[in-house]
Design a protein around this ligand. Structure first.
Ligand code: ZN
Length: 497
């Protein structure tokens, strides 16, 4: 082999070596230079991982003139998994926008379309997770539509599992499983009268088209609204105990699953009750009254849609540096993934408010749904942080009588805002800072989001400037008590007319 390289070969190798060395040297010089130039501006990335190692989650929200949207986005360390999930999410957005286009003339500030994509994450074992999306499309037509999509990911193999990775239908195995699914559907009195049998047969005929998930106990098949039944049936789930299809499970998956044939009963609820009481006592101990001057120059900074893995820890760092306290309107779905960050926020002396479980537009939900959205996130916030939210911020600032009544039942005041940083739109640190400085007055409630890096970047300059102007930073509840603003509200803070 070596003999084949004659002198022109050696020159090429030498030149290549020289080129590599030059690039490395230049590269490191460039890095050093940037560091020096931006010394004051280096963002410290305190990245926290979620309670599921290898997975991170963010809820991306938007509020435009004609629509609102909230999308839960999971990311893994595998580009190919991320890309496939992103592809599906983008398809949902495209479908939503084209459906919206048909209703262009009726959509506007008073009647907006809504896209909500929620995520249910289930851990199967240390590598395998079910990521199940529930998408609700309301594009302005008569009814919304619910779509379900499930990805079973193997983080170790860095791949999304296909049905053929899981099941191998030997002999008449496929027919047996198809019959099992049909029988369950026909025995389900809530849905059987709506089933369109020809369509069902069609959907079941090709297992590659099935929407499914698997855990240690059951294999689940999902059907989106209208897929196999009239709309009244909604989204349909069929669960098959693994024991019933054990013969068709592939060796590979069998060795990974820890199959449970007799699920363990729920934990003793007495223990949970005791834990709750203890936390309530702790909370009472922790509460210390801060002396507030009724004629003081106060502002309440608020951060919505978190906690997030990178931005929330950064925001906490800056607030600490300036001795500022703020209010975080958290989503129950995000608190579920980042309970540790919620706890840190509470321990740093900030207030945690309720921003509902899934960031839906509450004005299009019925009363029981509104109740669940407010109650579920309150419970998650309390469990994670020991703080019981006393204020709620409805997503998109959208509320109606239902929302007011349910908030009242939950002893939570509705908090809107008087200064909108528009941070989600500009995504620009200096624009965020300017927008707030232009509009802030004593008693303002300022709306920001702790999911954009640009917002975290705006904060040091903003706090410095406001402090120089004599402002002090307090929580929303403190501002309410100072303004003697009682009851469910809604409360906006002092408006700058
Ligand atoms: Zn929000």
């Amino acid at each position: 082999m070596f003999k084949r390289i004659r002198w022109p070969g050696w020159i090429v190798i030498f030149l290549l070596f020289f080129a590599i060395i030059t690039t490395i040297t230049k590269g490191s010089e460039a890095i050093i230079k940037t560091d020096k130039e931006d010394e004051d501006n280096i963002r410290i990335e305190h990245k926290k991982s979620s309670k599921y190692p290898g997975l991170n989650f963010i809820t991306e929200t938007k509020e435009e003139n004609t629509y609102t949207s909230s999308i839960s986005i999971p990311t893994t360390e595998s580009e190919s998994i991320n890309k496939e999930i992103e592809g599906w999410l983008n398809k949902q957005k495209d479908d939503f926008f084209s459906a919206m286009a048909a209703n262009e003339d009726i959509l506007g500030e008073d009647f907006r379309a809504h896209l909500n994509i929620q995520l249910d994450t289930e851990k199967v074992n240390k590598d395998i997770y079910n990521l199940t999306f529930y998408a609700y499309h309301f594009s302005g037509g008569a009814n919304g539509i619910n779509i379900i999509k499930s990805f079973t990911v193997d983080l170790n193999e860095k791949e999304i599992l296909s049905l053929t990775d899981i099941l191998e239908f030997k002999e008449d195995g496929l027919k047996i499983v198809q019959e099992n699914i049909k029988e369950q559907l026909m025995n389900n009195e809530d849905v059987n009268k709506y089933i369109m049998i020809d369509t069902l047969n069609d959907v079941l005929s090709d297992p590659n088209d099935w929407e499914w998930a698997i855990n240690n106990e059951i294999f689940t098949i999902y059907f989106s609204e209208y897929e196999i039944a009239a709309g009244a049936a909604g989204v349909i789930e069929v669960n098959i105990p693994l024991a019933e299809i054990k013969d068709y499970l592939k060796e590979d998956i069998l060795s990974q699953l820890d199959i449970v044939t007799d699920p363990v009963a729920e934990e003793d609820s007495k223990e949970k009750q005791e834990e709750k009481e203890k936390k309530e006592e702790d909370q009472e101990d922790k509460e210390e009254k801060v002396e507030l001057d009724p004629s003081g120059k106060y502002v309440a900074l608020t951060f919505d849609d978190g906690p997030s893995s990178t931005v929330t820890p950064n925001v906490l760092g800056t607030l600490k540096e300036y001795g500022a306290r703020a209010t975080f309107y958290m989503l129950g779905s995000q608190v579920n993934y980042y309970p540790e960050i919620a706890k840190q926020v509470a321990e740093a002396g900030h207030e945690i408010g309720n921003h509902t479980e899934n960031h839906i537009d509450l004005t299009v939900a019925d009363r029981s749904k509104v109740h669940a959205e407010i109650k579920d996130s309150s419970d998650k916030i309390f469990k994670a942080s020991g703080q019981q939210p006393t204020t709620v911020r409805p997503p998109y600032g959208a509320f109606n009588d239902n929302v007011i009544e349910v908030s009242k039942e939950n002893n939570q005041s509705i908090i809107l805002w008087s200064v909108d940083s528009l941070d989600w739109k500009s995504r620009d640190a200096s624009a965020v800072k300017q927008e707030i400085l232009r509009n802030v007055i004593p008693g303002s409630i300022v709306l920001m989001h702790d999911i954009h890096n640009s917002t975290a970047d705006a904060l040091p300059g903003l706090l410095k400037e406001l402090k120089e102007q004599g402002y002090e930073f307090i929580t929303v509840s403190e501002l309410l008590s100072l303004q003697e603003a009682a009851g469910v509200g809604p409360h906006y803070g002092t408006l700058n007319y």
